[in-house]
Design a protein around this ligand. Structure first.
Ligand SMILES: C[S@@+](CC[C@H](N)C(=O)[O-])C[C@H]1O[C@@H](n2cnc3c(N)ncnc32)[C@H](O)[C@@H]1O
Length: 247
């Protein structure tokens, strides 16, 4: 499982938003990539509050893209005096960018100067584009980024075999209508298998098929206010055992 990957092309729409020709969808909201990451994925998972008081915390993401959610999480962790001593961010990506396109994308879309040094460190540590797990140690090894290059349905079951657990899950795989493979009950069942007892999740979508797949797989959700003009998004957690029986 170490085949070379075909890198994703870096394409911008006329309004400057990165867009995927393969999926005909944008990577982030036109209202701001970092702001979206902070609203949807950090706040949606109750972070930074939920990681406080824990010695270590694991985030699992479906769809690394340009790493904007990772950079927003890294910055929030770096700036939090009550941060866990160890943060592990695991992200799955089937179509990674090259390091030079990652740099170009960051220069175009990162609108917070304090995040730029983190983006530069990420690009400098960017692995060769072959399938498999790539571990990047940052912040004197207090922050680990595991980039899992491959299809989400191959990788997530493997993470479970490797004994990984997730305390927060970022579901970020393009719109369900354009990329249904990232939103299947089978994937959510695998995610439930590696979610810790008090794991949370967040996603920008509130599509019916996602709600049904979450419920079928042992998660419970709430609709909350979305980002950038979107009325709703979903946040939630693993259902308790009694709820699972009732579903
Ligand atoms: C909306 S973008 C993610 C944006 C990203 N989280 C960020 O912060 O920049 C969705 C990502 O999912 C990836 N993807 C799509 N289908 C996939 C699959 N089957 N397995 C793994 N990754 C996939 C795409 O290549 C894309 O990078």
């Amino acid at each position: 499982m170490h085949e070379p990957l075909v890198p994703a092309p870096l394409v911008f729409r006329d309004d400057g938003t990165p867009w995927s020709p393969r999926h005909d969808d944008i990577y982030h909201s036109a209202a701001g990539a970092l702001s979206q990451a902070r609203h949807v994925f950090l706040k949606g998972n109750g972070l930074p509050e939920r990681w406080r008081g824990k010695p270590r915390f694991n985030v699992l993401e479906t769809g690394f893209g340009m790493g904007i959610n990772f950079l927003a999480t890294w910055a929030a962790w770096r700036d939090d005096l009550q941060r866990p001593a160890s943060l592990h961010f695991i992200s799955v990506e089937k179509y990674p960018f090259t390091a030079s396109d990652l740099r170009r994308a960051h220069a175009a879309i990162i609108d917070d100067a304090s995040v730029m040094p983190l983006a530069a460190s990420l690009a400098a540590a960017w692995p060769v584009l072959v399938t498999g797990m790539h571990r990047i140690e940052l912040e004197h090894r207090a922050l680990t980024l595991t980039l899992a290059f491959g299809d989400v349905m191959d990788v997530v079951p493997r993470l479970k075999q490797d004994g990984m657990t997730a305390d927060a899950i970022y579901l970020d795989g393009f719109a369900p209508a354009r990329n249904p493979d990232m939103w299947t009950p089978a994937l959510f069942a695998s995610l439930a298998g590696i979610a810790s007892d008090d794991a949370s999740f967040a996603t920008y979508t509130s599509a019916g098929q996602v709600k049904r797949a979450l419920l079928q797989s042992g998660f419970e959700y709430r609709k909350v206010c979305g980002f950038g003009g979107k009325r709703a998004m979903l946040v939630g957690k693993r259902a308790s055992v009694s709820n699972e029986i009732n579903l």
